[in-house]
Design a protein around this ligand. Sequence first.
Ligand code: ADP
Length: 218
Amino acid sequence: MVNLIIFGAPGSGKGTYASRLKEKLNVEVIATGDIFREMIKENTPLGRKVKAYVDRGLLVPDDVTLEVLKENLAKIPKGKGFILDGYPRTLEQAKALDGIAKIDAIINLVVPDWIIIERLSSRRICQNCGAIYNLLFLKPKKDMVCDKCGGPLYQRSDDTPEVIKKRIEVYEKQTQPLLEYYKNKRVPFVEARCEKLETPPEAIVQEIMDGLKKLGLA
Ligand code: ADP
């Protein structure tokens, strides 16, 4: 059983890699961004509140986020580990997590800004199963149709140039300092670098798996 956090700027590939690591490590993935998008789609009162933040590239308030995390951690079968994708994003969230779960390692994705911007503006997502595509280098076989389930692909409403800029700013200011927080706590790191736009996800996933094996976690 292994508990991991995957860190990286918006567009660094957290969701893409986490969904592949899920199979290899037999863990659950908790992606707060996906959960929020689901709440928005369902148009619940809380979903409408969340939408106001997500659409502007701002962080959803910590109290709402923590509640969502707890609810989803509670659903994980006993004895199974997890990867957190998109949580924690603030120091308060990291401190709250300390009281709930033990983290075995941090996966940190290092990706240059220009790749992030290229990727986010060409990202498409399956409306039905959430699979992630990219019109440049991770194209669906059939135009705008999901390879896995045949669902229609869409562009996230926060993948627009202004909102992307804001999300990167928020990441650098509020989330990046958390790397120091975990280093100070001596949590082991696995770092994966992506220097090229065309690097296939499998290559990065392999790099992460190798790092986890070295730590005895895979
Ligand atoms: P990305 O990492 O590409 O920006 P996510 O899908 O992880 O995308 O998150 C999308 C949005 O959901 C964020 O911009 C933010 O508004 C909200 N969000 C996700 N996770 C959190 C969190 N832990 N705390 C606050 N807001 C969050």
